[in-house]
Every structure is written in structure tokens, then in C-alpha cells.
Write a protein that binds this ligand. Structure first.
Ligand SMILES: [Zn+2]
Length: 465
């Protein structure tokens, strides 16, 4: 079992995970007011794979990713769609599950929903009021920020630089500008509400996560994760709510950087690819996963056609490697099965291949450095393409399995899907009058055994006889 180190946002220091206790991981999931985009998929992929790595190292691990299905944005989006908000949120939750299922990484151990947690939320708010940390005002309840001396320790902001980002209508109900909502009374146009000691209303966003995390993982758990855009106010407020109630919260805070499409001119079609489902349609599961782990999780990740095409090229390189070096395995099930779950993969593999596996695992243990880990994979691919390295294909398969990419070794049963994607790319190239690129893709397809026939109904892919 490797020592696993994580750069902690709260202390700013590197923290070592406690191997003697279950590693509970709570990551903030999506607010279901639209189909999720590729940025929402990043924490899902990072924390799913981090949990997979910890398990493979022998850490008892429990991964929780919640669904925020009560939120201002849901009321607005449901009204726009002409749908009841409960029905709309349920539909978007199902779409989120469907989209993330297609990533092929399995489900988290628990996926609590805010709508199923309201009783616990009411209880925590009542407890905070009793302790003087919260107050009722006009049917709303607010957290009294000045009552919690640790406020600001996560985001390191001065109170005067803090903006809770709440609607201006609530300002007159607050004792202080800095206070934030725990409970909101039902407003006009809101078609769901829950009973509480303060009247009909609904929980505010931050308190939902305090309660869901504690309910699933206990009062003190190992890792709280989420996007870096959530550090303030969301995570700062989660800490305040839980700790003011006398409940110790997360030990380590692990934040992923944002997926950044700022450099990309967002045409309509590129806007669509920004949706996870569209990116999966166009580039395939493996390329999307490979893209999302191509940068260190804490860094921002540039999104666009070019980085996605680079990811496609990388997975094709791996697929080609396995075409040349087939691995004799019968069934690989994505979602947690490793090549040899009991054996130490390094000593099992041995030699230069074993050294690469060791480097790969060390990189993941060092603040989950996926780009450094993947560099070990590609080094071994290059070496094994040059010269015969014993066990290289099995070692590469083992490493890819830990990052959800073992299907690349599944042989040519995926060739049709890859060819279909390349044909779509060729159509794009032709539409953009990039005929050189279109011809290049046609030649690539030919080398894979496919012929593109242009017909009146558009191009068709025909296996060459
Ligand atoms: Zn949250």
C-alpha cells in the first residue's frame, strides 16, 4: 500500500491519507438544471478514478457524489421548459446518470439527492438556531457568519471582500450583509415546498451538502472535493454550518480546476460539443476520459477541438499498440476489475515494464498526478514498440485499467466505432473546405480497412473486401 499524499486547499500543505480508516470522499455533484457539460464531468472522472486507485492500493474507500435537485436555477429552467420543477429535476437527474454512465467508470457508492435529505436539513438548521449561529427572518433562516470564528479559513478572504452572491431581495432580512441563507420561504412561482418550523419553504444550497456529506460519511471524513469555483462561498459555508454545529467536517479539501473554453470561439456546434453527451458522441468514451485526465486535476484544463483531437490521437496510439501486441485476456469489465487484484502489479510484472508501473502508481499517489502517470504509459508504449519488453502489454493494460481505459485493449471490436467517428471528422473537414485533411482521414480509414463511399444520401462507410 502506497502512502497517498494530497495537496490540501484548507491548510495549503500536503496531507497524507490515513490508511487505518475508511477514506470517505464527498464530491459536489451537479445542480440538475440542464444537461451536464464537459466541465461537470471533470470532478466525476477525477474522483471516480481517485477512488478506484485508492481501492487498488488497498484503502477502504467510499465515494459519494451528490445531486443538487433543489435550487433557484431549477425553478427558472423548469418554468422556461414549461414543466413542473420536480418533474424537470427528475428528468435532468436521469439525463445526468445516463451521460455519466457512458463514461464507463461505474457509479459512486452513494448519490444522495437534496430532495431526500430535507428532514436532516431542517434538523441541522434548528440546531444552529438553538446554538445562536442562525436566525429566522421573514420565513427565511440565515447563518450568522460573525458567530463562527473560523469563517474564511478555506478561501482566505477578508470579510469585506466576500459576496455571498444571493439575490438582493434578501438583503433587508439579514442582520449583516455577509450572512447567508439556510432556508428560504416559498416564493411566487415556486411549485415545490417543504414544511418546517419556519413555515413552508426549501433548503438553500450550502446546507444541503453539509447534511448529505455527514449522512453518508459520518461527522468527520477524509476528503471533500469539488470544482475550484466552489471554494467560496459554497465550501466555506459548508464548513461554517457543520463546525458551528459542533460536527467536525472534512480533513482534506481537494479542488479540481475548471474546464476552460475561453480561448475557443464558441460556434453553435462547438457549444454543443461542450455538452458531455455530444462530446461522447463525437469523440468516444476513451478520448473524453483521456482528455479529462490529461492535465493535473488542480490545474485549469483548456477545452476545444484541438485538445480533443489530441486526446483522440493518444487513444488511437494505445489502440494501435494493442493491435500489434494483443493481450490474452478474456473479459475485462470496466468499473473496477484489475488485471491481478491480489498480486502486487509491479513485482508481478517485473523488469523494465514493472518499473514503469511503479512510476505510474507513484505518480498517482503523489497528489493524483495523472499526466505524469500517463507519461509512464506512453514511455512504455514507445519502448515496447522499439524493442521486445517482457510483459509490456499486460503492464500497459493494468495501468490503463486504473484510469478507465482498459477497453482500448479490447481489439478491433471497437474499430467500427472509431471509423464512424473519423468519418464524422472527415465530414467536418469537408464542410470547412479543408480537403487536404479530409483526404488524410480517408487514407487513414483505408489503412484501417474502410472505404468511404460518397452517395446522394451522404457518405457511407464500407468495409473493404
Ligand atoms: Zn456541495
Amino acid at each position: 500500500m502506497r502512502e497517498v499524499r494530497i495537496r490540501d486547499t484548507l491548510s495549503g500543505a500536503v496531507q497524507t491519507l490515513d490508511a487505518d480508516h475508511e477514506v470517505g470522499i464527498y464530491a459536489c455533484g451537479p445542480t440538475v438544471y440542464s444537461r451536464i457539460h464537459i466541465g461537470n464531468a471533470r470532478p466525476f472522472v477525477v474522483f471516480s478514478l481517485f477512488a478506484r486507485f485508492l481501492r487498488s492500493e488497498g484503502y477502504k474507500t467510499r465515494l459519494v457524489i451528490n445531486v443538487t435537485d433543489i435550487n433557484d436555477k431549477i425553478y427558472t429552467a423548469a418554468a422556461r421548459a414549461g414543466e413542473g420543477s420536480a418533474q424537470f429535476a427528475a428528468r435532468m437527474t436521469a439525463a445526468y446518470v445516463e451521460d455519466t454512465d457512458r463514461l464507463g467508470l461505474g457509479r459512486p457508492d452513494a448519490e444522495p439527492k437534496a430532495t431526500e435529505t430535507v428532514d436532516g436539513i431542517v434538523e441541522l438548521i434548528a440546531h444552529l438556531i438553538e446554538g445562536g449561529h442562525a436566525y429566522e427572518s421573514g420565513g427565511d433562516v440565515y447563518f450568522r457568519v460573525r458567530s463562527f470564528s473560523g469563517y474564511g479559513k478555506l478561501s482566505n478572504r477578508r470579510p469585506e471582500d466576500m459576496d455571498q452572491g444571493e439575490e438582493s431581495g434578501s438583503a433587508s432580512l439579514k442582520e449583516e450583509r455577509l450572512d447567508f441563507a439556510l432556508w428560504k420561504s416559498t416564493k411566487e412561482g415556486e411549485d415545490t415546498s417543504w414544511e418546517s418550523p419556519w413555515g413552508a419553504g426549501r433548503p438553500a444550497w450550502h446546507i444541503e451538502c453539509s447534511v448529505m456529506a455527514e449522512r453518508e460519511l459520518g461527522a468527520s471524513f477524509a476528503v471533500h472535493g469539488g470544482g475550484s469555483d466552489l471554494v467560496f462561498p459554497h465550501h466555506e459555508n459548508e464548513i461554517a454550518q457543520s463546525e458551528a454545529a459542533g460536527r467536525p467536517f472534512a480533513h482534506v479539501w481537494m479542488h479540481n480546476g475548471m474546464v476552460d473554453s475561453a480561448g475557443e470561439k464558441m460556434s453553435k456546434s462547438e457549444g454543443n460539443i461542450f455538452q458531455l453527451s455530444e462530446a461522447l458522441d463525437r469523440y468516444g468514451r476513451e478520448a473524453v476520459v483521456a482528455y479529462l485526465i490529461s492535465g493535473h486535476y488542480r490545474q485549469p484544463l483548456a477545452f476545444g477541438k484541438l485538445p480533443m483531437e489530441e486526446a483522440v490521437a493518444r487513444v488511437e496510439r494505445l489502440r494501435n499498440f494493442f493491435r500489434e501486441h494483443p493481450v490474452g485476456y478474456t473479459a475485462w469489465i470496466e468499473g473496477g476489475v484489475t488485471l491481478s487484484p491480489t498480486a502486487d502489479p509491479v513485482s508481478a510484472t517485473g523488469g523494465p515494464a514493472g518499473e514503469r508501473v511503479a512510476g505510474f502508481l507513484d505518480a498517482l499517489a503523489d497528489d493524483f498526478n495523472t499526466p505524469r502517470a500517463m507519461a509512464e504509459v506512453f514511455e512504455l508504449v514507445s519502448e515496447a514498440n522499439r524493442t521486445d519488453i517482457p510483459n509490456a502489454p499486460a503492464a500497459i493494460l493494468h495501468m490503463l485499467g486504473l484510469v478507465g481505459l482498459a477497453s482500448l485493449a479490447a481489439g478491433d471490436e471497437n474499430a467500427d466505432a472509431a471509423a464512424e467517428r473519423m468519418m464524422l471528422e472527415r465530414q467536418d473537414a469537408r464542410a470547412a473546405k479543408d480537403f487536404a485533411r479530409a483526404d488524410e482521414i480517408r487514407d487513414e480509414l483505408a489503412s484501417m480497412g474502410y472505404e468511404v463511399r460518397d452517395s446522394a444520401d451522404g457518405p457511407r462507410l464500407v468495409p473493404k473486401s
